[in-house]
Every structure is written in C-alpha cells, then in structure tokens.
Design a protein around this ligand. Structure first.
Ligand code: ATP
Ligand code: MG
Length: 231
C-alpha cells in the first residue's frame, strides 16, 4: 500500500506557523515553526501543561491545529481526510505515547508486530522483526507473554519496540525513558539514535531527562511563542 502524492521518502518533518488553543485561555502556542531533517534528532522540553503532548499529537495527525501546516515525509497532513491521515501515521510514523497504549490482551509479539501487520501481509516476517525488536529492548524471552503482566518500564520498552518496528520516517516519542532505570534508558536511547543516524529517520523526543537531551542534535523549549533554543 502506498500513499500519494509521495513519490519518495524525504524523512523530513516540516512545521510552519502552527497554532493551538484548548478550551479556556490562553492559547497553548502560536507561530510555531520546526524543521527536523533526515537523520536528525530533536529533543523538546518544557513545563508540565505547556502543550508538549498536544504538539506531538498534532505532528502525528491525531489532533488538529487551529492554524499552520505540518508536513511529514513530504506529505502535508492538513488537506488529508481521516483515512489518509491514518495511512500516513501507520506507514511513516512511529509514536511512543506518554501512556504507552499497549494492548493488554495481545502478546508482546502481537503488540510489536501490529504496525507491520497493518500494512503488510507477511505475518511471518512481521513476527520475526517484532522478535528482533523485543530482543533489542531486553524482552526477547517474553514475546509470547501478555502485556497485561508487565511492569511500567517493561510496557515502555514494548511501546518503543512497536514504534520502531516498521522503520518509520518520523519518530515521535513522549517521555520515552520516563519509567526506565539509567542503564535500560541508555539501551533504548541507543535504539532511537540508531534509527535516526543509521536508519535516516527524523525524530522528536519530548523529555525531562538530561540523558535523553544529551543524544539530541538540538534541544528546544516549548513556549507560548513556539519552540526556542534551550536557554
Ligand atoms: N482536549 C483538551 N481539552 C481541554 N484541555 C486540554 C485538551 N488537551 C490538552 N488540554 C490542556 O492543554 C494543556 C497542555 O496539555 P499537554 O498534555 O499537551 O501538556 P504537556 O506539556 O504534555 O504536559 P506534561 O509535561 O505534564 O505531560 C494542559 O493544560 C491540558 O489540560
Ligand atoms: Mg505530556
């Protein structure tokens, strides 16, 4: 399945003049510009409630902005209908949610294989790639176990494996190491770094962690006026 019009992958995220309000003043942000190139990893920091998760949801086409444009891997999200936006998300984006959204009654392998299963008929290849990703996050022996039995840090690692399994053009992750000890965090950060530096993906990681910010090419602070270099 392919998406048109997208002749080739750019692995770029381009955001221009984005504005978003939620009920009750003031606006979360306006005039927000951001370009993340292929092979670039950007960390976004900012106070609780400033709108970081909302921004990631807009970049993934899960929420809509009041104004401005988002272009993922060469495709502008604004003009797309819901079905086309979902296709962009499935095929080109890997998303690690702040609340994981791992499905409790699927096995870990089924959870991780899901992004591939949605776009490719090759279930066996999807299972093998899912196992490799679970191995990479230290859960290789747990693939046939159920997500409902996992700890918070284990769920987070499954979420990261699932976000990277289909080699997305754009990686969006919301506090991806929030529940991990420093050693495990370093291991999963290396996976993000690999996907970006070797896989050529663009990545935006929301984080409060210095270790996560340290692997970023740029660290930006979200403010009501948009993203500004960390002061
Ligand atoms: N659909 C909505 N309706 C009303 N308010 C909303 C909605 N979505 C988000 N908000 C509000 O917008 C603000 C930004 O929320 P968001 O979750 O983006 O913050 P955040 O920067 O990710 O915070 P944290 O660091 O705590 O995760 C919050 O005050 C939140 O309550
Ligand atoms: Mg948040």
């Amino acid at each position: 399945m392919t998406i048109d019009p997208a002749p080739s992958r750019t692995n770029r995220l381009e955001v221009a003049a984005l504005a978003k309000s939620v009920p009750g003043p003031p606006a979360l942000f306006r005039g927000l510009d951001l370009v993340v190139g292929a092979g670039e990893l950007v960390a976004i920091i900012g106070e609780s409630g400033v709108g970081k998760s909302t921004l990631l949801n807009i970049l993934a086409g899960l929420d809509t902005a009041d104004a401005g444009e988002v272009r993922v891997d060469g495709v502008a999200l604004g003009p797309l209908d819901e079905a086309a936006r979902t296709r962009v998300r499935r095929e080109r984006i890997g998303f690690v949610f702040q609340a994981f959204h791992i499905l409790p009654y699927l096995t870990l392998r089924q959870n991780v294989a899901l992004p591939l299963a949605l776009v490719s008929p090759d279930a066996r290849a999807a299972g093998e790639r899912a196992d490799a990703m679970l191995d990479a996050v230290g859960l290789g022996m747990r693939g046939s176990g159920y997500a409902r039995d996992l700890s918070g840090g284990e769920l987070q690692r499954v979420a990261i494996a699932r976000a990277l399994v289909h080699r997305p053009a754009l990686i969006l992750a919301d506090e991806p190491t929030g529940n991990l000890d420093p050693e495990t965090a370093a291991k999963v950060l290396a996976l993000f770094a690999d996907a970006v530096r070797e896989g050529g993906a663009a990545a935006v990681l929301v984080t409060h962690s210095d270790a996560t910010a340290a692997i970023a090419d740029r660290v930006l602070t979200l403010t009501a006026q948009g993203l500004v270099p960390r002061g």
